[in-house]
Design a protein around this ligand. Structure first.
Ligand code: UDP
Length: 491
C-alpha cells in the first residue's frame, strides 16, 4: 500500500478511433503523459498493437510508464472483411458506416478492461460517444479527443447551430459562417460534410450528433493545438460555446529523434536513411513534399495529372502515392503497378529531381528536413499542424472530413498557404484538379516574394509551437491544469 505521503500515480486509458489520423496523435499524447510520470495505457484492437508497440518502444526503453493493451475485436462478426481493424484497411469507403458500427461493439470489452485495470481517466476518440457512459460506470472522467483544432471545431459548431447553408439557393453560392470571431469565412454547400447538413437520421449522422453531444456531457476535450496558433477560436470554443477544453499540442513535437519521427503509423515504404540521404543532397527549402494523408486514394487520371503538374512546375519533389492495390487485383496480379497512371518515362526523366514513395512515408522526418520548402497537403489536421511545426508553406488540397475548414485556417486566417482550387467534398478520391492549377499553386509557395513572406510566417509559427510545448509554454501549462484537475478528482 502507498505510504500516506506518497502521491497516487495517475493512470490514464487512451482509446483512439481506429484510423491513423487518430491513433498517431493519441500515441503522441500518451507519450507526453508518460514523459510527465503519468501511467499511460493505449487500448487498440490486436492487429493495431504492433504499430503502437513500435511507436512507443523508445519511451519504454527509457523506462517511461507506457504500454499498449489489446481489446477483443472480430471484424468478420460485424460484416467487415477479415483483418479490417483500421479505417486504412477498408477496401471501399462504403464500408465506413459498418466500420463505425463495429467499433461501437467495443463498449463491452472496453468496460471489462476498465474493471480489470481501474484507471483514473479515459481519453477516448469522439467516434465513441458511449465511452462517457462507460467511464461513468466506473466513476471516472471521460475526456473527448476529436483529433482536430479549435478553428474547425468552431466552424463546425456554427454550421450546426445556425444552418447558414439554408440561406443560399444553389450548392455553389457562398455563405458566411455566422458568429465566428476574426476573419470573415465563406463556404459553399459543396464543401460541407454531408453529415453536418443531413436531416436524415441514419446511423452515421446519429453517431456524429452523439459525438458532438459528448463534448458537453463528458469532462472536457483535449485539443492537439497551441494557443498562439488559433487563440481567438480557442477562447470562442471555451467562453462562447461553453466547452471545457485543454490545448496540449502540437503533440507531434514529443518525437525528437529521427527514429521516433519515422516510427509513426505504419512501417515506412522507404528506408528513413535513404530518404534523408536524398534530402541531404538538396538545397534548403528547395523540395516540395506531396502527401494526402492515410485515407485519400486518388484515381489514376488524377495521379497522372499530378505527375504532369509536378514535372511542369520544375520543382524537386517527394510524392507519396498510396499502394495501387485495386489495380493489381482487378488486372490479375503480377502487373506493372504504375501502368496507366504515370506518364511515359516519367521516373527516368525525374531521376535525381523527384522521388515517389509508394505506400507509407516517414512524413514527420521528411517535413522536418531543412531541404523541404513546401507541402501539398489534403489538410488533415495532423498534416496541417505538422506543416506548421516544420515551418513550410502549404498548397491546400482538401478532400473530405473537416479538411475544407482547415484549408480556410491555413490560407485565410494564418496566410501560410494557397488553395489549389478544390470545389467539392468527395471522400477518398477527391475532386478533380487539373495540371495548370497544380503548377500555379506550387509556384506560388515555392518561388517569389509572396512565397518568402509565407515561409517567414510559417517558420515563426514553428518556433512559437516549440515554445508552447516547452516548460512554461502555453500547451505545457494547459497540460498542467488538466493534470491538476485529474489529480484533484482522484484524491
Ligand atoms: N502519415 C505518414 N505517412 C504517410 C501518410 C500519413 O506518416 O505516408 C501520417 C501524417 O504524418 C499524419 C497522419 O499520418 O500524422 C495523417 O493524419 P491527417 O490528420 O493528416 O490525415 P488523415 O490520414 O486522418 O486523413
Amino acid at each position: 500500500m502507498a505510504g500516506e505521503n506518497q502521491k497516487h500515480q495517475l493512470h490514464i486509458f487512451f482509446f483512439p478511433f481506429l484510423a491513423h489520423g487518430h491513433m498517431i496523435p493519441t500515441v503522441d499524447m500518451a507519450k507526453i503523459f508518460a514523459s510527465r510520470g503519468i501511467r499511460a495505457t493505449i487500448i487498440v484492437t490486436p492487429l493495431n498493437v504492433p504499430l503502437i508497440s513500435r511507436s512507443i518502444k523508445e519511451s519504454i526503453d527509457l523506462g517511461l510508464p507506457i504500454n499498449v493493451l489489446p481489446i477483443k475485436f472480430s471484424s468478420q462478426e460485424h460484416g467487415l472483411p477479415e483483418g479490417c481493424e483500421n479505417a486504412d484497411s477498408m477496401s471501399s469507403p462504403s464500408l465506413f458506416p459498418a466500420f463505425l458500427k463495429a467499433t461501437t461493439m467495443l463498449q463491452e470489452p472496453l468496460e471489462q478492461l476498465l474493471q480489470e485495470h481501474n484507471p483514473d481517466c479515459l481519453i477516448a476518440g469522439s467516434f465513441s460517444p458511449w465511452a462517457t457512459d462507460s467511464a461513468a460506470k466506473f466513476g471516472i472522467p471521460r475526456i473527448v479527443f476529436h483529433g482536430t483544432g479549435f478553428f474547425p471545431l468552431c466552424v463546425n459548431e456554427s454550421i450546426i447551430l445556425h444552418q447558414p447553408y439554408k440561406d443560399v439557393e444553389s450548392d455553389s453560392d457562398p455563405f458566411v459562417i455566422p458568429n465566428l470571431p476574426g476573419t470573415e469565412i465563406q463556404m459553399t454547400r459543396m464543401v460541407l460534410p454531408y453529415y453536418v447538413m443531413t436531416v436524415e437520421d441514419n446511423f452515421v449522422s446519429k453517431l456524429i450528433k452523439a459525438a458532438k453531444q459528448s463534448e458537453v456531457t463528458s469532462f472536457g476535450v483535449v485539443v492537439n493545438s497551441f494557443y498562439e496558433l488559433e487563440g481567438i477560436y480557442a477562447d470562442h470554443y471555451k467562453k462562447v460555446l461553453g466547452r471545457r477544453a485543454w490545448n496540449i499540442g502540437p503533440v507531434s513535437l514529443c518525437n525528437r529523434d529521427n527514429k521516433e519521427k519515422s516510427y509513426r503509423g505504419k512501417q515506412a515504404s522507404m528506408d528513413a536513411r535513404d530518404c534523408l540521404k536524398w534530402l541531404d543532397s538538396k538545397k534548403p527549402d528547395s523540395v516540395l513534399y506531396i502527401c494526402f494523408g492515410s485515407r485519400s486514394d486518388f484515381t489514376e487520371p488524377q495521379l497522372k495529372e499530378i505527375a504532369m503538374g509536378l514535372e511542369a512546375s520544375g520543382q524537386n519533389f517527394i510524392w507519396v502515392v498510396r499502394e495501387r492495390k485495386k489495380n493489381k487485383e482487378e488486372q490479375g496480379g503480377d502487373i506493372d503497378q504504375d501502368q496507366g497512371w504515370l506518364p511515359e518515362g516519367f521516373e527516368k526523366r525525374m531521376e535525381g529531381k523527384g522521388l515517389i514513395i509508394r505506400g507509407w512515408a516517414p512524413q514527420m522526418l521528411i517535413l522536418d528536413h531543412e531541404s523541404i520548402g513546401g507541402f501539398v497537403t489534403h489538410c488533415g489536421w495532423n498534416s496541417t499542424l505538422e506543416g506548421v511545426t516544420a515551418g513550410v508553406p502549404m498548397v491546400t488540397w482538401p478532400v473530405s472530413a473537416e479538411q475544407f475548414y482547415n484549408e480556410k485556417l491555413v490560407t485565410q486566417v494564418l496566410r501560410i498557404g494557397v488553395p489549389v482550387g478544390v470545389k467539392k467534398w468527395v471522400p477518398v478520391v477527391g475532386d478533380y484538379i487539373e495540371k495548370e492549377a497544380i503548377v500555379k499553386a506550387v509556384k506560388e509557395i515555392m518561388e517569389g516574394e509572396e512565397a518568402e513572406e509565407m515561409r517567414k510566417r510559417t517558420k515563426k509559427l514553428a518556433s512559437i509551437a516549440r515554445e508552447a510545448v516547452e516548460e512554461g509554454g502555453s500547451s505545457y501549462c494547459d497540460f498542467n491544469h488538466l493534470i491538476e484537475e485529474l489529480e484533484g478528482l482522484s484524491k
